[in-house]
Each structure stands twice: as C-alpha cells, then as structure tokens.
Design a protein around this ligand. Structure first.
Ligand code: SF4
Ligand code: SF4
Length: 173
C-alpha cells in the first residue's frame, strides 16, 4: 500500500472519533458508582445499643497478607465496658499504605465487627494520615445508640448480643 494512504487512514480514525459521544468521567464532582460489594474503606461495627462488636482477638491482623492491621485488645470492666463479653479492641489501626483490599480480614472476623464499605476516596498527601485509627473506623452512632463505655442491656449475656437478641429497644428473645 502506498505510504500516503497511511496518513489518510489515520485521519479517518480522527474524523470517525469526532462524531462519537464523548465519554467523560466527571470526577470528583460526580463520583462514579461502584459495585455493591466493592471493597472500600473498612468499618468497625456496633451492636444496636452502641457497644462495639470488636473483641480485640487479632484474627483479622493474622489473616492480613499485607500486615496492614494492628490490634491491641484489653479487658472490659463493669465500670468501663466497650463491648459485650471479656475483651474489646483498645487499639485498632489499618494502614492504607499497605492494604490491598483483599477482604481476608473481614472473612476472619468472628463477630462481624469488621466489614468493608463502598468508600474509596482515601487519597492523602502524607503517610501518617493513611493509618486509620478507631476514631475513623468506628461506625457512627445511630439513633438509639449510646457511646461506650456503658453497661450491657439488663439481663443479657454476650451470647444475646452475638445472636442478635439485643435491639435498640431492649431484648427480643
Ligand atoms: S483488605 Fe486485605 S490487605 Fe486490607 S487489611 Fe484486610 S486483609 Fe489486609
Ligand atoms: S475486627 Fe474482628 S477479627 Fe479483628 S480484632 Fe476485632 S473481633 Fe477480632
């Protein structure tokens, strides 16, 4: 094929594209939707009365292939109770410089304390702000919840919490 035809072919692509509808991502003004099960920022969940689900067991940290999670558990007392049962997560950190979003940590969690949200806007301009603490990871308090520390619902055990018997209005067995 003569060389000059290459140039005409090239212009053909240009003209063809000029009349196509542009596909423009209007981010960040209009963040795009993600799949419902997208692995975004983690969340530490609460029971319906506000107590924390995390028991500080560190299974999530052991399951993490990127060594992105750091947990320090501590004992609850009757005066300072953060979760039902014996232990709670006193320190909980996820390092988003390391996290690869694999979700193995949420599979390992025995109380469904740890889940992942659809939030993906986590860029920052320094390393330390990408290590998220409990204050960033804990689920917000919903109506009817009380911020820990506080006592368990009267007459309940940690099993009642785990089995979903405790509701914001009391115990439903
Ligand atoms: S999603 Fe994967 S890499 Fe990220 S903290 Fe969980 S286990 Fe670690
Ligand atoms: S998030 Fe789950 S697996 Fe991780 S320390 Fe808390 S209870 Fe254990």
């Amino acid at each position: 094929m003569p060389k000059f035809l290459d140039a005409i072919k090239g212009f053909g692509v240009t003209f063809g594209t000029m009349f196509k509808r542009p596909i423009t991502e209007e981010y960040p003004e209009k963040p795009g939707p993600v799949a419902p099960r997208y692995h975004g920022r983690h969340q530490l969940n609460r029971y319906p009365d506000g107590l924390e689900k995390c028991i500080g067991c560190e299974l999530c940290a052991w399951a993490c292939p990127a060594d992105a999670i750091y947990v320090e558990g501590a004992d609850n007392t009757e005066e300072q109770r953060f979760s039902p049962g014996e232990r709670y997560g006193r320190v909980y950190q996820i390092n988003y410089l390391r996290c690869i979003g694999c979700g193995l940590c949420i599979e390992a969690c025995p109380t469904r304390a740890l889940t992942m949200t659809n939030v993906y806007e986590m860029a920052d301009d320094n390393r330390s702000d990408l290590i998220y603490d409990k204050d960033k990871l804990l689920a917000p308090l919903q109506p009817g919840m009380e911020a820990p520390p506080h006592a368990m619902a009267p007459g309940t055990t940690d099993d009642d919490y785990y089995l979903g018997h405790v509701t914001p209005k009391g115990v439903a067995r």
